[in-house]
Design a protein around this ligand. Structure first.
Ligand SMILES: Nc1ncnc2c1ncn2[C@@H]1O[C@H](COP(=O)(O)OP(=O)(O)OP(=O)(O)O)[C@@H](O)[C@H]1O
Length: 898
């Protein structure tokens, strides 16, 4: 095989270091890609694929992008989930003999981007690292564009891992390959695509030197390991100091309310279920922030509601104060409005890619701080006063920028024109020389015109020939002999230089070159000075963001008529006139119907809610969860009055999450969720289950629903809202002390049903499902047929229920003697209530059949004794839930055959 050229050999050697990335190989003014990379990139970026002789047997596929527009191409590849390794020329080709050295200077990955369209201003872009050691799982989340770094760990648990990743919604996850496989096996459809990079190398030394020995020592060993893996990845991909990472925030997951990814989605905390847009989410409603940092912090608060009542009350104190102080709120708002994204500015400064405009943005932002601080200091809110006390105005840094950078600097920092006069005496001298030189040239032009008598003579400049005297062809004859040396011939003009022009040009260009170099040096000196004060700036950014969130929560609370919740360490959740904040806000006619909620230890901790489709059950249940979350982030809540206990976990099982997991049936998903709930829920949790037990046959669904409700009631004992279509479950109120029936009221008038959206005590009469189908516009033939089928089905259910009731009666008489005190733990009897017939239509063509369901009790059948025997012999206490379900199903089949 023929040998490759040295350049291709060099390419291949570099490519070895970046196998999983596109290698952007700098060749002059282009980044070139070769071989497979070229073929793939030409397809992904829609650029022309060419070829090049490289010494091998065949032409080598090649494609390239101009270096000055590479940013856009890199972003497009990152958005598609690829990585890009940037390989630069390390020597100046102009002065290098032979081949220039080339090295990878940075690998851009989805989790390590610093700027650009890919990361929205108001959201974070996290890289998450997961590791496991000694049966402890650790997770580190880092956003290098803002300098945030979080680390936490717990005894190994896949659910925890899933929940925690759900909080960060990372762009990329690195870490132990076994852990990555575990996460991928969960098949969760995250709201954004995640790139997985196995990475097990660690760099403890770097972590210790970057964060200090004291901070290192405070971390548990498993967290140390996790941070070391992450930092090693950053250092190998970014290949520069990550000065923006000044500290890590190590936290205990137990300090926050736990919300699994399904619950987050179901409650539409940061995006809607339907189109995953922010609009229509709780974040959208609460976000009146003026700065991007504030917006990101608000999102973090929503992602992690607090468990410490004291900490929440401190937040509420500030929100309440600002709620009542409209003018102060407006003043704070207008100051905040002038503040740029400090976190990202500061990260760019540390990363070394901030330009003059960035420094000025920092200056303008810092100029707002004294006023903000004063507003907080003079307030009578203790929280705001604390913020004022912690705000470092950084006026020295503001002044340094002000003295150095001109008002409107260019984008580039390498071409001069960004340092103020008076900042550096040497620069001023050079400027003077350059200005004088230019003046001299202007004078020379006038002089030459006079000497030659050529009025159109002019002096110009270009990069190739420098300064020249230009004379049109017609006037060339008028030039005196000797002094003028021809440099360039154009179509209708000639260009000349003279010895004195050449000499002056040398001086001017030298001054200019020196000036540009000196300006760059002065600029980087300032940038480095700012970089060395990065922790002060980051701390200030935190305070500004916190203040911004307070004013945002206060503004929206005042605007929407929210009230301050009363937080308790107790059990009872009592809400008067509660509303769903987002549904209410999007209703144009302010017609949202408020509903109360009472979940108390003395009365009932479980509300079993029945009611027709469309009646507002889901909205009601979500509103209770949202009120709890809002209270625990420190926001006022949409209610007339609210007493809210600190809730440790909200568990929701709401229909809309069905599409989250591919390849599993709705029913299996529901059961898996319920399983997690039974394992994790505590008495301080809140459970919300919408339409429990659907997705399987009616009788099985009903049986499972009842068993689950009993388990929640007897074993977990937490507050729960359960909605169901099985009206037959209403009887549970009799057997479960802590359960109350409620329903969403409807009013029937003639043919129509009017949804009152009002929660009333007692079970619902009917589900009106077919009525809703009619509302949705289904053909009347289908509606009519559905009604007649319903009648048949209801008779069947009624008979089966009656059969079971009889069986149960027989069982109770024959086995009364066997009963002991554990009987109350046995599954409760299947529903026996009469199924209520719909009668909401008049003499319509789709009128439901008139007959009422037959509710009489059937006579016992001889084969019933077999059924009873089976029930009697069942060793219920030693059955798994699945065996119990199986038994129940067998009984049902036998009952059907009776
Ligand atoms: N309290 C309320 N006041 C005014 N409108 C409401 C109220 N609650 C719900 N709605 C409106 O009623 C519609 C149906 O509500 P929701 O989805 O909660 O009903 P549902 O009983 O859960 O129905 P389904 O069982 O079909 O899911 C929603 O579009 C919502 O806008």
């Amino acid at each position: 095989m023929a040998k490759y050229t040295p350049m291709i050999e060099q390419y291949l050697a570099v490519k070895e270091q970046a196998k999983d990335a596109f290698l952007f190989f700098r060749l002059g003014d282009f980044y070139e890609m070769f071989f497979e990379d070229a073929v793939k990139a030409s397809r992904e970026l829609e650029i022309t694929l060419t070829g090049r002789e490289g010494g091998g047997d065949e032409r080598i596929p090649m494609c390239g992008v101009p270096y000055h527009s590479a940013e856009g191409y890199i972003q497009r590849l990152i958005e598609k989930g690829y990585k890009v390794a940037i390989c630069e020329q390390m020597d100046d080709p102009a002065v290098t003999k032979g081949m220039v050295r080339r090295e990878i200077v940075r690998v851009v990955t989805p989790g390590t981007i610093m700027e650009g369209k890919t990361i929205a201003d108001k959201s974070n872009n996290y890289l998450v690292c997961v590791t496991e050691s000694d049966r402890m799982m650790s997770l580190t989340a880092c956003d290098i564009s803002t300098g945030e770094l979080y680390v936490t760990s717990v005894p190994s648990s896949v659910e925890w891992l899933r929940d925690e990743i759900g909080i960060y919604e990372p762009a990329e996850i690195i870490g132990d390959s076994s852990m990555l496989e575990l996460i991928q096996a969960e098949q969760i459809q995250w709201s954004r695509p995640i790139v997985y990079t196995p990475w097990e190398k660690r760099d403890e030394k770097l972590v210790r030197s970057q964060f200090g020995e004291a901070a290192w020592a405070r971390l548990d060993p498993e967290r140390q390991q996790c941070v070391s893996v992450l930092i090693s990845y950053l250092s190998e991909t970014q290949r520069r100091s990550m000065g923006q990472l000044t500290q890590f925030s190590s936290y205990e997951p137990g300090h926050y309310m736990i919300l699994d990814p399904f619950t987050r989605r179901n409650l539409e905390l940061v995006e809607t279920v339907r189109d995953r847009s922010k609009k229509g989410s709780l974040l959208w409603l609460l976000d009146r922030s003026q700065t991007s940092m504030g917006a990101r912090l608000l999102r973090r608060w929503i992602d992690k509601p607090l468990l410490s009542r004291k900490a929440v009350e401190e937040r509420l104190e500030a929100v309440e104060y600002l709620y009542n102080q409209f003018i102060l709120r407006e003043d704070i708002k207008s100051s905040l409005n002038e503040i740029y994204d400090l976190e990202r500015l500061v990260a760019r400064i540390a990363f070394g890619n901030a330009n003059g405009r960035d420094l000025n943005a920092l200056k303008i932002s810092l100029q707002q701080v004294p006023a903000l601080k004063e507003l907080c200091r003079t307030s009578s809110s203790s929280t705001l006063q604390r913020i004022a006390g912690e705000m470092d105005e950084c006026s020295d840094l503001c002044e340094a920028i002000d003295q150095t950078i001109v008002e409107d600097p260019p984008v580039s920092v390498r071409d001069g024109g960004l340092i103020k006069p008076g900042c550096d005496p040497h620069l001023d001298e050079l400027r003077e020389a350059s200005i004088n030189g230019k003046r001299w040239i202007a004078e020379l032009e006038a002089k030459e015109r006079e000497v030659t008598g050529i009025r159109s003579l002019k002096i110009g400049f270009n990069k190739v020939f420098g300064y020249y005297i230009e004379v049109t062809k017609a006037n060339v004859g008028s030039l005196p002999e000797g002094r003028y040396e021809r440099k360039q011939t154009l179509a209708n003009a000639e260009r000349y230089v003279t010895p004195e022009l050449k000499e002056k040009e040398g001086l001017i260009l030298e001054a200019q070159e020196k000036m540009v170099d000196l300006e760059y040096a002065l600029f980087t000196e300032l940038r480095e000075k700012l970089a060395s004060e990065i922790s002060r700036l980051q701390l200030l950014a935190e305070k500004v963001a916190e203040l911004d969130v307070y004013q945002s929560l206060a503004a929206v609370s005042a605007e929407q008529g929210f009230v301050k919740p009363v937080l308790t360490e107790g059990y009872d959740l009592v809400i008067e006139a509660g509303r769903h904040p987002v549904v209410e806000a999007v209703m144009k006619d302010s017609s949202f119907i408020a509903n109360a909620t009472r979940l108390t230890r003395d009365d009932a901790g479980i509300l079993l809610i029945t009611g027709p489709n469309m009646a507002g059950k889901s909205t009601y249940m979500r509103q209770v969860a949202l009120i709890s979350i809002m209270a625990q982030i420190g926001c006022f809540v949409p209610a007339g009055k609210a007493e809210v206990p600190m809730i440790d976990r909200i568990f929701t099982r709401i229909g809309a999450a069905d599409d989250l997991i591919g390849g599993q049936s709705t029913f299996m998903v529901e059961m898996a969720d319920i399983q997690v709930m039974t394992e994790k829920a505590t008495p301080r949790s809140l459970i919300i289950i919408d339409e429990l037990g659907r997705g399987t046959s009616t009788s099985e669904g009903m049986a499972i629903a009842q068993a689950v409700i009993e388990y929640v009631h007897d074993t977990i004992g937490c507050k729960s809202l359960v909605s169901t279509h099985f009206h037959e479950l209403a009887h549970l109120e009799e057997s479960l002390k802590g359960l109350r029936n409620y329903s969403m009221a409807v009013q029937e008038s003639g043919e129509n049903v009017h949804f009152l959206r009002k929660l009333v005590p007692g079970p619902a009469g009917s589900s009106y499902g077919i009525y809703c189908a009619r509302l949705a516009g289904l053909p009347s033939s289908i509606i009519g047929r559905a009604y007649s089928l319903l009648q048949g089905l209801e008779q069947g259910v009624s008979q089966a229920a009656a059969g079971l009731e009889t069986a149960e009666k027989q069982l109770s008489t024959t086995s009364a003697a066997d009963q002991d005190e554990t009987a109350s733990d046995q599954p409760h009897a299947a529903a026996t209530s009469e199924v209520i017939q719909l009668s909401i239509f008049g003499e319509d063509e789709i009128k439901p059949p008139a007959a009422k369901a037959d509710s009489h009790v059937l006579k016992p059948d001889p084969s019933l004794s077999h059924l009873v025997e089976t029930i009697k012999n069942a060793d219920v206490m030693n059955m798994t839930p699945l065996q119990a379900m199986q038994l129940l199903n067998d009984l049902k089949m036998k009952a059907k055959d009776l």
